[in-house]
Design a protein around this ligand. Structure first.
Ligand code: CDP
Ligand code: MG
Length: 134
């Protein structure tokens, strides 16, 4: 049994669509705890850092537009195997691969606006928690 912390972010589309409560309920129902939360407006600098693996992609400007279109809610989520557990709860990145029953599968109809971010490894979880919560 490994208690981990992971970084989760409810993207602007999630906030704008009024889905904060729904998504947080699912995280809590899984048995995870929200141990910190922060509403933030992200700037290009922090997004270039956070999405460094995507800055060369042709669609990066659209990611920037989407992620700066309104506030995000950053969360630190804690629980047993929370890093992989949150990835499973979130569902696949691509909307056509996100299974029904997952957060993305149930609430997102586009890859760009897939409403939620979750760290993809324990190492990145630590980096992202530092990046967004200091
Ligand atoms: O968010 P996740 O870790 O599942 O995927 P990623 O590969 O790290 O990509 C980050 C975000 O970029 C995704 O969640 C999508 O919103 C966006 N993206 C996109 O718009 N189009 C793609 N072909 C790939 C990613
Ligand atoms: Mg990622």
């Amino acid at each position: 049994m490994e208690i981990q912390k992971t970084y989760v972010m409810l993207k602007p589309t999630c906030v704008q669509r009024g889905l904060i409560g729904e998504v947080i309920s699912r995280i809590e129902r899984k048995g995870y705890k929200i141990i910190d939360a922060k509403m933030m407006y992200l700037n290009e600098e922090i997004l270039r850092e956070h999405y460094a693996h995507l800055t060369d992609k042709p669609f990066f400007p659209q990611i920037l537009d989407n992620m700066t279109s309104g506030p995000v809610l950053g969360l630190i989520v804690e629980g047993r195997n929370a890093v992989v557990g949150m990835r499973i709860l979130m569902g696949a990145t691509k909307f056509e691969e996100a299974a029904a029953g997952t957060i993305r599968g149930d609430y997102a109809s586009s890859t760009r606006e897939n409403i939620i971010h979750g760290s993809d490894s324990l190492e990145n979880a630590e980096i992202e928690i530092k990046r967004f919560f200091g």
